[in-house]
Design a protein around this ligand. Structure first.
Ligand code: PLP
Length: 462
């Protein structure tokens, strides 16, 4: 299996190389040259198997043996999901007629990011062990990626992890999950800026090839194809639970960086009968506006009660554009140049391709709060604000095809917003009840590339 860049000018890589690299050297994102498919019977045979077995069957064709033989690969998968607090890993619940909730928050940091991060922690460890390489992982987070990465890589061999998060703009639980692990190889950095600033600094570090090669820079943001790959699996398991491949399903995905919903697109390419992928945004609705008008235009980010979706440079949207533009790397590179100037217009043809699969909606702050209260009253489920954006938008798309809304975080991760909306306090699961008692370890950093690079050079174990 060969991996190529969305901008067409970076080296073609194997799975493990693409995983260790993260961002392609031409600024693009890696994707498999051809997407493997599953037959109707293979999809049907996923019914009733363990989550780990489904992971193995879905990801195996993408790996090209990068993690070893079948037994070694299964062992890596088993380790990745052993720390989850629910034996089903991704249980499905019914909210209303034809509306279902896929709970993706039973991992160690209570958000869906754990599904990919726990797996790529184990994958990095396996691949680095073989080559004897040491890497420095730098990640930018709006909250949940960072805690998932720190939790997944803490104490692992051959890796240092530095996580940039926007100072003062993550929830207390998110911050504590990043600042309380005490392994020497993980470092939480609070940057003076917003999430897009964190993401921009990360891109600058990857584009500084001297620094990149010196520290062995690796990325685990959702641009990393290995993360997208891990997220394909729960689209299959949940759709099969509702009768796929004999019946179509749609998914509604609370969206920021477009990684999670893009995994759904790949599931569809692999043969899963998905009717619609519904992009749910909060008030930072650049993706919804783009789907309505064809114009991807930056307006600035306004902090919301669903902070993991407070984004306007939605990195993985580039992968969707690449497909929509008929895999034309030059066209994608030109759009991304325009984005630096503030935005771009998607061509009519490409909009036609996007709207074949995707549709969209937005939830304002008031709608998000009202939705948390409504779902509690009508379905007796307490949901987080991100999930509430999803269920709010999903309700506008309910029809004959069942809709599965992805519950992307546990309500206890955002207790203040949930309590204000519903009057109910969401307690942390027992296994993490000591989070508020542990000491915090964090470094405040200015929004400056040279200062960041110096800090990383000094802190990493070399
Ligand atoms: C990361 C995150 C999202 C957005 O997912 P993307 O893959 O970035 O679109 C939504 N909800 C929660 C809770 C998240 O952590």
């Amino acid at each position: 299996m060969r991996y190529i860049s969305t901008r067409g000018k970076a080296p073609v890589l194997s799975f493990d190389e693409a995983m260790l690299t993260g961002l392609a050297r031409d600024g693009g994102l890696y994707l498999p040259e051809t997407v493997p498919t599953m037959t109707h019977d293979e999809i049907a045979a996923l019914a009733g198997v363990s989550y780990e077995e489904a992971v193995f069957r879905v990801i195996w064709p993408f790996l090209g043996g990068a993690l070893g033989d079948e037994a070694e690969t299964r062992e890596i998968i088993a380790k990745a999901y052993a720390g989850f607090g629910h034996v089903a890993r991704a249980p499905l619940k019914q909210l209303a007629d034809n509306h279902f909730l896929l709970e993706l928050f039973h991992g160690p940091t209570l958000a869906f990011k754990d599904f990919a991060m726990q797996l790529i922690g184990q994958m990095f460890q396996a691949v680095l062990k073989k080559t004897g390489q040491r890497v420095t992982i730098v990640g930018a987070t709006s909250g949940d990626t960072g805690s998932a990465a720190i939790e997944a890589f803490a104490g692992l061999d051959n890796v240092d992890v530095f996580i940039l998060f926007p100072h003062g703009r993550v929830s207390e639980v998110q911050r504590r999950q990043m600042t309380t692990p005490d392994a020497a190889n993980v470092h939480a950095l609070a940057l003076d800026g917003d999430f897009d600033d964190c993401q921009a600094k990360l891109k600058d570090m990857f584009n500084d090839f001297t620094f990149r090669d010196e520290v062995g820079l690796a990325g685990v943001n959702s641009i990393n194809f290995a993360r997208v790959l891990a997220q394909i699996v729960y689209y299959f398991t949940s759709a099969v639970a509702l009768g796929a491949p004999h019946r179509k399903v749609s998914f509604c995905v609370p969206t920021g960086n477009f990684g999670d919903i893009f995994a759904g697109f790949l599931a569809k390419q692999m043969g899963l009968p998905i009717e619609q992928l519904i992009i749910a945004t909060n008030q930072n609705d650049i993706l919804h506006r783009c789907m309505e008008s064809g114009a991807y235009a930056k307006q600035g980010v306004t902090p919301s009660i669903s902070p993991s979706m407070d984004i306007e440079v939605s990195s993985n949207f580039e992968r969707a554009l690449w497909w929509a533009y008929g895999k034309d790397g030059e066209a994608v590179a030109a759009l991304m140049d325009e984005l630096q100037q503030g935005g771009f217009n998607v061509s009519a043809n490409a909009m036609g391709a996007l709207t074949q699969t995707y549709t969209s909606g937005r939830a304002s702050e008031a709608e998000t709060r009202a939705e948390i209260a409504r779902v509690l009253a009508e379905s007796n489920e307490l949901i987080c604000p991100h999930t509430a954006c999803g269920t709010h938008v999903a309700r506008q798309h309910l029809g004959e095809t069942p809709v599965i809304t992805l519950a992307t975080a546990h309500p206890a991760k955002f207790p203040a917003a949930v309590e204000e909306a519903s009057g109910v306090h969401a307690p942390l699961p027992k296994r993490m009840a000591d989070l508020y008692d542990k000491p915090e370890r964090v470094t405040r950093v200015e929004n400056d590339l040279a200062a960041l690079e110096t800090l990383i050079r000094e802190r990493r174990v070399s």
